[in-house]
Ligand binder design. Structure first.
Ligand code: ZN
Length: 164
């Protein structure tokens, strides 16, 4: 659990990133930014600050703020049923740098490392660097994780319905 003090601190930092990225959000949106620590209780290392703009039955758009060297842990979006192959995501970097790790050939000298985690938590190491204006699409049911650089990052996520 994140203490309310910690939450307020992280939220203030996240709001600064919206300003740095020149992304205007409403007062109401500021209040509903989610601080996700994925139950790991190490928000500065492993976590995301998320503003969901829209999430309908078919489309989803979010802004993800990443504090410096913050990681979104490895996961995949499996098929839901015969009609839904699972979530497809496109990440577009708006500010800072984000290093995306996907299935494929392991990058020989990766720029970053995952946070310390139980063995098997991180298994894909094909690195894709995204700078502002660059984007990458992840197809459903493929493993991925991502980490910001030293300046943090703001990343727009466009996807099919989010069930996370
Ligand atoms: Zn994902």
């Amino acid at each position: 659990m994140i203490s309310s003090e910690k939450r307020a601190d992280i939220l203030q930092k996240a709001l600064k990133y919206f300003e740095k990225a020149n992304i205007t959000i409403t007062g109401d949106e500021k209040k509903r930014i989610e601080i996700a620590d994925f139950g790991l209780n190490e928000i500065e290392k492993t976590g995301l600050e998320i503003l969901t703009y829209v999430n309908t039955d078919r489309v989803c758009a979010k802004e993800l703020v990443m504090l410096p060297n913050q990681t979104c842990p490895e996961h995949r979006h499996p098929p839901i049923d015969n009609n839904d192959p699972g979530k497809e995501e496109t990440f577009r970097c708006r500010y800072g740098k984000v290093y995306l790790y996907v299935e494929g050939e392991t990058t020989a000298n990766p720029t970053t490392q995952p946070p310390e985690a139980p063995a098997g938590s991180y298994t894909v190491f094909h690195e894709i660097e995204l700078n502002p204006g660059e984007q990458y699409t992840l197809y459903p049911n493929t493993k991925h994780w991502f980490k910001s650089g030293n300046d943090g990052a703001v990343v727009s996520e466009f996807s099919t319905k989010s069930r996370d």
